[in-house]
Design a protein around this ligand. Structure first.
Ligand code: UDP
Length: 324
C-alpha cells in the first residue's frame, strides 16, 4: 500500500515509517523538520514541507497519490499548550484541517490519527476505556479531541474513514538500535531518567510523592513504541478491509509509578540515579492506565514488549548510542 506519513521524522512517526517499509509498503514522509530529524527517516520518499503550506500539500497528493494517510505531526507539550494555546490550535487543529481538506480534494479516504489519553482529562475510572467521558484539561488534549470530532463530521459529509488511536505513554526504542526518542526539549520521564544515568543530566526530579498511589508517585501506562506502531499497521489494514471508522485506546494495560520506573532503570543499567524531590506538576492525574481490550479484540493486536525493563533496555540502548 502507498502511505503518506505526516510527521514521519519524529519519534513515533520514524518508527512507523521503518515498520511500514520493513513490511513492504510504499512510504512518503511529509515533515517540516521542526522537531523531527531527516536521518530518522529510514526509507521511502522524503518531502520536507509544512502542513500550513496548502500548495505543498496539494503537490504531495498529486505527485504520490497515497491510498492512506497517517498523521503524527503535532506539538506535544502540555505545559507549553497552556502558555501558548495559539500555537497548539494552529498546528494541531488548523493544520490538520488542511491535511483533511487535501485528502477530501484528492479523494483519499483512509486516515490514521495520533490522538492521546489527554482527551479524557482527569480519569473518572481506570483503566480507561474508549467510552470514558472526554474532558481534556488543556489545549493540547483539546486540540486532539477537536480533530476527533471533526473526523466524525468529515465522515458524514465526505465519506472520509478514520481510526483515532489514543496513546498513553509511548516509550522505548526500536530494538535494532537504529531509532529512538530525540525530543528537544525532552520532557518525558523514561528518556530523562536515562539521560541522568548516562551523565547528560545531573539528576532526575520526581514530580510529587503525595499522590494517592501505593508509593505516592504517579502511575502511567508505558507502551513500547514498536507495539504502538504495530497497532497502527493493524488499524490501517482493518480500516482498508472493513471501511469503518474506529477509535482505540492504546496502552500496556499495566501501570508503573515514577518510582518503579526509576528502580527499573537502575536495575537495567546497574547504576544509581540522583533523585531530586520536586513539587507536583500541574495537571498530572495520579493514575492513567489504558483499557486496550477493544484494540486486542477488533484488531487482533497483541503487545509484545510489555515488560517495563525491556522498554527501558531498548531506550537505554539508544541513549548510550546518542550520549557518547
Ligand atoms: N515525571 C517526573 N519527572 C520528570 C518527568 C516526568 O516525575 O522529570 C513524571 C510526571 O509527573 C508523570 C510521569 O512522570 O507522572 C510521566 O510523565 P511524562 O511527561 O513522561 O508523560 P505524561 O504522562 O505527562 O504524558
Amino acid at each position: 500500500m502507498k502511505v503518506l506519513v505526516v510527521g514521519g521524522a519524529g519519534y513515533i512517526g520514524s518508527h512507523m515509517v521503518k515498520m511500514l517499509v520493513d513490511t513492504g509498503h510504499e512510504v512518503v514522509t511529509f515533515d517540516n523538520l521542526s522537531s523531527g530529524f531527516r536521518d530518522a527517516v529510514l526509507g521511502g520518499v522524503f518531502v520536507q514541507g509544512d502542513l500550513a503550506d496548502v500548495a505543498a500539500l496539494d503537490n504531495v497528493f498529486k505527485q504520490y497519490q497515497p491510498e492512506a494517510v497517517m498523521h503524527f505531526a503535532s506539538y506535544i507539550q502540555v505545559g507549553e499548550s497552556v502558555q501558548h494555546p495559539d500555537k497548539y490550535y494552529l498546528n494541531n487543529f488548523t493544520n490538520t484541517l488542511n491535511l483533511l481538506n487535501a485528502m477530501v480534494k484528492h479523494q483519499v479516504k483512509h486516515f490514521i490519527f495520533s490522538s492521546t489519553a489527554a482527551v479524557f482529562g482527569e480519569p473518572e475510572y481506570v483503566p480507561i476505556d474508549e467510552v470514558h467521558a472526554k474532558n481534556p484539561l488543556n489545549p493540547y488534549g483539546r486540540s486532539k479531541w477537536m480533530v476527533e470530532q471533526v473526523l466524525a463530521d468529515y465522515e458524514r459529509a465526505y465519506g472520509l474513514k478514520s481510526v483515532c488511536l489514543r496513546y498513553f505513554n509511548a516509550a522505548g526504542a526500536d530494538p535494532s538500535g537504529l531509532l529512538g526518542e530525540r525530543h528537544e526539549p525532552e520532557t518525558h520521564l523514561i528518556p530523562l531518567v536515562l539521560q541522568a544515568l548516562s551523565g547528560r543530566r545531573p539528576h532526575i526530579s520526581v514530580f510529587g510523592r503525595d499522590y494517592d498511589t501505593p508509593d505516592g508517585t504517579c502511575i502511567r501506562d508505558y507502551i513500547h513504541i514498536v507495539d504502538l506502531c504495530s497497532a497502527h499497521l493493524l488499524a490501517l489494514q482493518k480500516l482498508m478491509e472493513i471501511g469503518e471508522s474506529m477509535r482505540f485506546n492504546l496502552g500496556n494495560g499495566e501501570g508503573f509509578s515514577v518510582q518503579q520506573v526509576v528502580a527499573a532503570a537502575e536495575r537495567v543499567t546497574g547504576q544509581k540515579i540522583k533523585i531530586v524531590e520536586g513539587p507536583r506538576r500541574e495537571g498530572d492525574p495520579a493514575r492513567l492506565v489504558a483499557d486496550a481490550t477493544l484494540a486486542k479484540k477488533v484488531l487482533g493486536w497483541q503487545p509484545v514488549y510489555t515488560d517495563l525493563e525491556t522498554i527501558i533496555a531498548h531506550a537505554w540502548q539508544w541513549e548510550t548510542k546518542v550520549a557518547h
